[in-house]
Design a binder for this molecule. Sequence first.
Ligand code: 13P
Length: 322
Amino acid sequence: MKRDIYPPLESEGARKLSNIQREILKIKKEREAVILAHNYVCREIQEVADFTGDSLGLSREAKKTGAKVIAFAGVDFMAETAKILNPEKIVVIPDSNAGCSLEELCEASKLASLKAEHPDALVISYINCGAKVKVLSDIICTSGNALDIVSQISPDREIIFCPDRNLGSWIEEKLNRKMILWNGYCKAHVKYSPNDILELKKEFPNAPAIAHPECPKEVRDVCDCVCSTEKMISFCKTNPSDTFLIATISEMVHRLRKEVPDKTFVSVPSGNQPSQRCDHMLLNTPEKLLECLKNLSPRIELDASTIEAARAPIERMLTMSK
Ligand code: 13P
């Protein structure tokens, strides 16, 4: 099987901006816009973004931006979070079809029924959910602060954790506490198997394997580090190894190479794929980013009552996470 091996970025010459990247920067200035990009979008967009990061970093940036327009290169729940934190601003997204399997697997009406069965439970929802699920939640978390948030809840308080069962089970293991887990999952991360990691480790015996907590437990168990996309960067910076095996959406490698330019990254293959991609994130193309900045469309529109009700659990997260 072909391997996607990314040598140290410092071994490549400087890259010139393409015409479309220059056009994006020009229109961004005219629109007084900020471009926020998730670590999973393509390299061309990461190169023109004002900020590239994980869901937590992006929520913090969205909260503090002074720009008139936010162009959000990511998926809809991330852009919705930016809108909820900035109801007065225009928030645009390159493609409104960019969603998330976790969001699809968690209908608000079903969560409302589960809440009714556990009226005293606290609902902690992973940010990868729709605005209506956020409205029903007490606190939002991301993969970067989930352990921090849950550890602040009294051990005798019942918690409903939704929608990602894998992130939920990782929190349970790490904090040694049981929660009521929603049965959702990320369609891309569940495709990894332990064998994908073990086979690659034979080729790269000294390379630590790093997985996102959305991976299943059997996969996490054979990895050296499990963490959010942002924490992968600090792990690779401080770990003495010069090569790392990355079990998450392969576009993450662009950010890793930028921040850790002297090291090599190998995407963990799965099944017959040399690396994992996210079909939703791939909808973010430089062409669509340019168009959405030009047309200020597609826009994120949410009604005022949803914005108000969904803001409280997001603000609670930002206050609770260091
Ligand atoms: P992060 O919390 O690292 O941004 O992860 C987001 C995500 O959607 C992972 O698939």
